[in-house]
Design a protein around this ligand. Structure first.
Ligand code: TRP
Length: 325
């Protein structure tokens, strides 16, 4: 059984792209060797509001629980609750190089060459390496934009092992093989990202039913009238992917169902399916929000479990790098 680790950042509001792209996949196959982390320390690398960070961290964990992650099976925890992440980052900082961090695409894009960006933004991938390596993770399910960070993690682990002796498992990134990379409904050439950036194109998990329907009905479609997935029909293709994710049915079957149908009927069917699929999750979320103690308890249990693994790794790491006991 592979040790799996993934992280999700509490910045912005969770949306259906996160839900279909990650959360439901994590919930579909739950094993004691799977570890999921709300990475609050990563959310501090760009300017933020402390009260909002606190709120979003709990909120994101609540959505993960509402999706069906079972804290008695998997380990679900908040990154900053396990201090070893910060400690390991420093040690790995002394192994990582300026050159390799400077080559990270995400840093170049987000940093934009400005001197005023935080050192934390530059260092972001090393904290991510610490997340992964502390648990001797073998597989790291991520979106394509994180591929480079996982490769860097592997390089850092390899260099550490070479310099100090066999310590870390070398991880590899895994990518969902089928379906659901949900695109922005208003700009179907971009991945769905934050509702702050594209309010019409993003369906937040917290949106109500009417808003969800409205955004789907207003989604960009393409010229022509056929409900068919193809490269020159990014809008329709995205809605087919969304319907497929919501119903669990292959796109080819859905294309057959909607042969001869207009975009209006098709969109109504997508809206129905998405609303129906999210309804129990939204209900469960509301229940959990009214019982914050149960969420806190789940996260405490997760942090305790994560800490025992992370602390054992750090005993080995500290000894290997020459720190006194
Ligand atoms: N950087 C990842 C993202 O933006 C989040 C993340 C942090 C992560 N630590 C991780 C993902 C460890 C996988 C493993 O999506």
């Amino acid at each position: 059984m592979a040790r799996v680790f993934s992280g999700v950042k509490p910045s912005g509001k969770p949306h259906i792209g996160n839900y279909f792209g990650a959360f439901t996949r994590w919930a579909a196959d739950q094993q004691p060797e799977h570890i999921y982390c709300v990475v609050d320390l990563h959310a501090m690398t760009v300017p933020y509001d402390p009260a909002e960070l606190r709120e979003r961290t709990v909120d994101l964990a609540t959505w993960l629980l509402a999706t069906g992650l079972d804290p008695d099976v998997v380990t679900l925890f908040v990154q900053s609750h396990v201090r070893e992440h910060a400690e390991a980052t420093w040690i790995l900082d002394c192994v990582a190089t300026m050159g390799e961090l400077g080559r990270m695409t995400q840093f170049k894009e987000k940093g934009g060459g400005r001197d005023s960006v935080s050192v934390g933004l530059f260092n972001y991938p090393v904290l991510m390496a610490a997340d992964i390596l502390l648990y001797q993770s073998e597989e790291v399910p991520v979106g394509d934009d994180q591929r480079q960070h996982v490769e860097l993690t592997r390089d850092i682990a390899q260099r550490f092992n070479h310099r100090f002796g066999e310590t870390f498992t070398l991880p590899k990134a895994t990518f969902p093989t089928s379906g659901a990379r949900i695109m922005d409904l208003a700009h179907p050439d971009h991945k769905m990202s934050k509702s702050e950036d594209s309010p019409q194109g993003t369906i937040d998990l917290a949106d109500d039913e009417a808003t969800t329907r409205k955004k789907i009905m207003r989604a960009i479609t393409d010229s022509g009238s056929e409900v068919r997935a193809s490269e020159d029909k990014p809008g329709v293709t995205n809605l087919l992917d969304l319907l497929s994710a919501a119903t669990g049915r292959p796109v080819a079957d859905l294309e057959r169902d909607f042969e001869g149908a207009g975009y209006g009927d098709f969109k109504r069917a997508v809206a129905d399916a998405v609303v129906e699929r999210l309804q129990p999750v939204r209900t469960r979320y509301a229940e959990l929000r009214s019982d914050p103690a149960s969420v806190a308890e789940a996260l405490t249990k997760g942090a305790d479990r994560a800490r025992s693994t992370a602390a054992a790794t750090m005993v080995d790491v500290r000894a290997k790098v020459g720190l006194t006991a």
